[in-house]
Ligand binder design. Structure first.
Ligand SMILES: Cc1ncc(C[n+]2csc(CCOP(=O)(O)OP(=O)(O)O)c2C)c(N)n1
Ligand code: SF4
Ligand SMILES: [Mg+2]
Length: 260
């Protein structure tokens, strides 16, 4: 376990969910990790120019090729007989479910030994809150001012169709569960895909202090399900006995509010 791989001050917005995910991931994976980050809020987080906040080797790829670059790095390590280094693809939803989908599909098909984490803040946040395939229906973004007309793309089902050994959904509100999932990914011989529901106060319109509350409500309303698929077997990680009404999740975010 290493708590010192990311500097204390970083340039995400206050209350940013993605900061939690990346800190936890590197904390668990440790310094023998090569991280691949496409453009997005995580790339800004990782630093500008010759300054970086992350003290593991990393590469900023293009928006569409995180998985291809991560797979290529793994192939290079394999050629050198290096087995004790994790390759981590760390990408936003736009970079994963839209423009990076072809590259992701190729990597999943090859079953490259890569841990791929998608932090899903449900829009292209870094460029000013445009809707992505992962934006939920009815959400207001700069490109869907009247609310998005189509539903959120179910990337986990697309990933599942590739029959990789490990798939998980996770949430920043359930850190122990997320931790277990990253720990499991470390042991997988092949591709692990972890999709993390990652609230964004700036893009979703809630107070920075509410990040965990918003993430938790998504699970408690059954809007976001926590599960893993291990060698094809699906396991639910959080059974919600008293499902809350959806409005309890929707009403605390400005992106679902309509002008009267
Ligand atoms: C091919 C290409 N198109 C557009 C961009 C501009 N761009 C940079 S970051 C970004 C948003 C990425 O969204 P996402 O992957 O969801 O990450 P987030 O910003 O939400 O963290 C876009 C569109 C780019 N870098 N490359
Ligand atoms: S826009 Fe959202 S995802 Fe990006 S740094 Fe700010 S809070 Fe984090
Ligand atoms: Mg995004």
């Amino acid at each position: 376990m290493n708590n010192n791989l990311i500097s204390k001050s970083v340039n995400t917005c206050a209350g940013c969910g993605l900061e939690i995910v990346i800190r936890l991931a590197l904390n668990i994976l440790g310094e023998k990790t090569i991280i691949v980050i496409p453009p997005g809020c995580a790339a800004l987080f990782s630093g500008y120019s010759n300054e970086t906040t992350i003290s593991v080797p990393g590469f900023q790829c293009n928006l569409g090729n995180t998985a291809a670059v991560a797979g290529g790095i793994r192939a290079g390590l394999d050629m050198q007989g290096i087995e004790d280094v994790y390759v981590l693809g760390f990408a936003g939803d736009g970079a994963t479910v839209d423009i990076g989908l072809q590259s992701l599909s190729g990597m999943l098909e090859r079953n490259d030994k890569v841990i791929y984490i998608c932090y899903d803040n449900e829009a292209y946040m870094n460029t000013g809150i445009q809707d992505s395939g992962s934006t939920p229906g009815n959400a207001i973004t700069r490109t869907t001012p009247g609310g998005k007309l189509i539903a959120k793309k179910d990337i986990l089902r697309i990933v599942e169709s590739h029959n990789i050994p490990y798939i998980a959904s996770a949430s920043v509100a359930y850190i122990k569960d997320l931790r277990n999932k990253i720990e499991r990914a470390k042991t997988v011989q092949g591709t692990s895909y972890i999709h993390v529901h990652t609230p964004c106060p700036t893009g979703w319109g809630f107070q920075p202090s509410q990040t965990i509350e918003v993430a938790k409500k998504a699970v408690q309303t059954a809007i976001f399900e926590l599960y893993e698929i291990i060698d094809g077997e699906k396991k639910t990680n959080k059974t919600i006995n008293n499902i809350l009404p959806e409005k309890e999740y929707l009403e605390i975010q400005k992106r679902f509010k309509r002008e009267e």
